[in-house]
Design a protein around this ligand. Structure first.
Ligand SMILES: [Fe+2]
Length: 136
């Protein structure tokens, strides 16, 4: 079962960022599948990979926002940090009785909402800037 899917409505208009979002979604789906199969070893590996990849992606995205002069970089970065903290918290609970299906449902919902709401704000900002208008 696939937990989440990327589609065109999630495109932020930057191919590299779209591709990173797709990879992150694929990692979340794979980890969720590992949980469903009770494959603890694979799940641990994928959670590590996902955490590392998310950190790289957030850094890349923040750099893009910085280079383009996006004004809400600081608050956006705080959201990314919140995600990282959450993943770290889950990793620390790895051997407790955490319900990992719920963890990944949470992460997938967070990411979908983040892309559709927060990432789209810099997409709109860039579109307005490109059109020569006053960015909101
Ligand atoms: Fe973001």
């Amino acid at each position: 079962m696939t937990l989440m899917l990327w589609d065109e409505t999630m495109s932020v208009g930057v191919p590299e960022l779209d591709s990173q979002h797709q990879t992150l979604i694929a990692l979340i789906n794979d980890a969720y599948e590992a949980i469903r199969k009770h494959d603890e070893h694979l799940m641990t590996t994928l959670l590590d990979q996902m955490r590392e990849y998310a950190a790289m992606h957030f850094h890349f995205e923040e750099e893009y926002m910085r280079q383009t002069g996006y004004p809400d970089l600081v608050s956006h970065r705080e959201l990314h940090d919140g995600f990282n903290d959450k993943v770290e918290e889950f990793q620390q609970q790895l051997h407790s009785k955490t319900n990992f299906s719920q963890v990944f449902v949470f992460l997938s919902r967070w990411l979908t909402a983040h892309i559709m709401k927060e990432d789209m704000r810099y997409t709109r900002y860039m579109a307005q800037k490109a059109a020569g208008g006053e960015p909101a």
